[in-house]
Design a binder for this molecule. Structure first.
Ligand code: PLP
Length: 333
């Protein structure tokens, strides 16, 4: 199944028909971990800078297009991959894009990484305290309406049914690819935040009858709240695709959150440096580095059995790495 279906409405970029994201081998990292490791490369998706947020945004923007929208409003952190993907796709369509970002205002003065791309895409951005986001989103929508636009309000992180459905499709894509390879993972591991990526994947694999466990590694939220949110998204998407939610399908572990969102400890930084050095595999400090950091612990504890087939779902994040200041002055890492 292809990621995108061809369509060609007014203002539509006709971006479409992209092959599935590749699955790569990672023999050196796999050997060191003591498992058969392969990597699903959503970081390499050839649209809007790639990553899971681009895959989700494709479907979200298609829906907005079908509803006749010509502007978007959304929110996220200053280095949000979701906001970057939406900004780039809006630019591609010639749509207005208003981004209400939360975080450290000082980071707006010398934009890097995702924020730089949002600016270059001509999105209008403002950085506000988190508690002001809701009111500012309403204001941005009202402004665009009064200017004669038809705006769509996209929840932060692309946390929508469309976002989850994008990963139901991605699960089918994986099952197809694995059939071709004659290699089915026993375990899929991914970085999980708002949880729609994980929810869609779990529902999609369940629908496909794939016998593998999915482990979401929290990058920010602690349990029980984190797992409850993923569970709710899973139940929603199951309803949407007409399957029955099953107990204990959602595994959302919060053991590697550390000091929270956008904070990486030395182990995460060492994980990133090692993956690049031994396999040329680029991870990031906010998302994939944390999820990959969890692998050796989960194998040591037996949660993932040694010698089994493990698929690390790479959700992107290169721009988070490029914007990070962890390595400035730390050449010895
Ligand atoms: C690179 C990357 N990986 C994983 C995630 C988590 O995705 P989700 O919010 O769908 O759980 C995010 C969310 O921002 C992300 O940017």
């Amino acid at each position: 199944m292809s990621l995108l279906s061809a369509h060609g409405g007014a203002g539509d970029p006709g971006e479409l028909m992209i092959a599935p994201s590749p699955i790569s081998c990672a023999p050196a990292l796999g050997r060191a971990l003591g498992v058969e490791l392969r990597i699903k490369r959503d970081d390499l998706l050839p649209i809007a800078g790639g990553g899971n947020k681009a895959r989700k945004a494709v479907r979200i923007m298609q829906r907005a297009s079908a509803q006749g929208c010509n502007a978007v409003v959304t929110t996220g952190g200053v280095q949000s991959n979701h906001a970057r993907a939406v900004a780039l796709m809006a630019a591609q369509r010639g749509w207005r894009c208003r981004l209400i970002l939360h975080g450290d205002e000082a980071r707006g003065r010398s934009p890097q990484g995702n924020l730089l791309l949002m600016h270059l895409a001509n999105a209008s951005t403002c950085i506000v305290p988190a508690e002001e986001v809701a009111a500012r989103l309403d204001l941005a929508m009202a402004d665009l309406l009064s200017e004669g636009y038809r705006p769509s309000l996209i929840p932060g992180g692309g946390h929508t049914t469309e976002g989850a459905l994008a990963y139901v499709d991605a699960a089918a894509e994986l099952v197809d690819q694995c059939g071709g390879l004659g290699w089915m993972p026993a375990t899929v591991v991914l970085a999980s935040g708002t949880g729609t990526t994980q929810a869609g994947l779990v529902a999609g694999l369940q629908r496909a009858g794939a016998d593998c466990q999915v482990i979401g590694v929290s990058i920010a939220r602690k349990n029980p709240r984190g797992a409850d949110i993923v569970q709710a998204a899973y139940e929603d998407v199951c309803r949407d695709i007409g399957i029955r939610p099953e107990p204990e399908r959602i595994v959302f572990l919060d053991d590697w959150v550390g000091e929270g969102y956008e904070h990486a400890d030395r182990d995460v930084l060492a994980t990133i440096a090692n993956a690049i050095a031994v396999e040329g595999l680029i991870l990031d400090p906010t998302y994939t580095g944390k999820a990959f950091r969890a692998l050796p612990d989960m194998i040591a504890s037996g949660r993932i059995a040694g010698g089994t087939r493990v698929l690390f779902w790479h959700t992107g994040g290169i721009f988070n790495l490029m914007a990070s200041e962890y390595w400035s002055g730390a050449a010895g890492l």
